[in-house]
Design a protein around this ligand. Sequence first.
Ligand code: PLP
Length: 261
Amino acid sequence: MTGPERATGSAANAIDAAIDTVTDAETDALARHIHDARQRVAAAAARGGRPAEDVLLVGVSKTVPAALIQAAYALGLRTFGENRVREAHEKRAALRLPDDARWELVGHLQTNKVARAVEIFDRIQSVDSVALAEGLDARAAQVGRVLPVLLEVNVAGEASKGGFAPDALPEAARAIAALPHLRPEGLMTVAPLVAEAEAVRPVFRRLRALRDALRETQPLGPDGGWPHLSMGMSDDFEVAIEEGATIVRIGRAIFGARPMQ
Ligand SMILES: *Cc1c(COP(=O)(O)O)cnc(C)c1O
């Protein structure tokens, strides 16, 4: 498994070839990882006085062969996160998982992929501009669906990352909430890479504060709406849950290390 080709140009072939190549040892390791992740999610939720069911575990399956996704489904994982439209489309088509499998986009979406994205994803977590939201809304209208979305926030202001600047969020949220074929469900962030998860606790706290502010200034429904905080990945999800995450996106801690991209 080398380079981005694994996930794009040759993905269909690679997926077909890999479809029945999961060994018993790989299945055992996957089962252990999913079990451990669920235990850690539950423990972190309990520290905040919440039940484990409050936190959705999204298995981030980018670069992961379809066979391993199939195995994860068989082990009870139901929600998969992908960061590329084409890769997700090819895997979905190859796998044909039952209807209760859900696919969420967690990576940047290019406007020329909007139509396909609306077709295949149950939720887009990475809405990072009003123009993109308008494109998604128009396409969702065409196909007669209301698309759940999260607004991505670049909390730490990293130049390398997408997402709304915190200052720009209220106005963007107002514009996006007015789009009839999108259903904004909350906020998402990717925290900076740090050596110690504790160092990004303020980032998660800030995302929650931004969400709480939106509930006041841009309420959606009688309870304020904006229910979801998608924050926390393999190295920091417990801290994120302690700070109120309702969705964690876990890749490596479930599927193992990814090839370098
Ligand atoms: C890759 C990715 C993840 C998962 O990262 P891990 O460190 O493997 O858990 C989560 N969210 C986004 C947006 C990603 O791109």
